[in-house]
Design a protein around this ligand. Structure first.
Ligand code: ZN
Length: 138
């Protein structure tokens, strides 16, 4: 069995952002040489997410509104966590959007359903943060 590990780094200009990282993940898969197996991709921070959905700008604005309704960024004082930090909303948003995705690798490709794309979801950005890619198989 082959294994492959890589860290991808991101630094967004804004506090919140959704980035389609599918091309980078496909590059990792090519680099790994693995044709049949499983790919895990997870955020290595507790205020960002990796999730699969449609690459459609309207949907991304809907996600932003949906998350702001559930866990609004402001006022910061509404959260117990915000004693020394201001990112309680980011922890909550990340929990809703999830930590990781697992994708089947078939015939050297990500075995996606229609419209599936992998996104990095940033909820407390403007600093360098990592995503882990782990691939196992043969
Ligand atoms: Zn925090």
């Amino acid at each position: 069995m082959k294994t492959y590990r890589k860290e991808l780094w991101f630094k967004t200009e804004t506090r919140r952002a959704f980035i389609n990282i599918t091309p980078q993940i496909e590059e990792c898969l090519r680099e790994s040489g693995i044709k049949e197996g499983l790919l895990l991709c997870n955020a290595m921070h507790i205020t960002s997410s990796v999730f699969i959905n449609d690459d459609e700008p309207g949907l991304h604005r809907d996600f932003e509104r949906f998350l702001e309704k559930l866990a609004p960024e402001k006022p910061y004082a509404q959260y117990d966590h915000n004693g020394f930090e201001d990112n309680a909303d980011a922890h909550l948003k990340r929990t809703i959007m999830g930590r990781e995705v697992v994708v089947a690798i078939t015939d050297g490709k990500l075995d996606f359903g229609p419209w599936e794309q992998i996104f990095y979801g940033e909820f407390d950005g403007k600093r360098r943060k990592r995503v882990l890619v782990k691939i196992i198989g043969e």
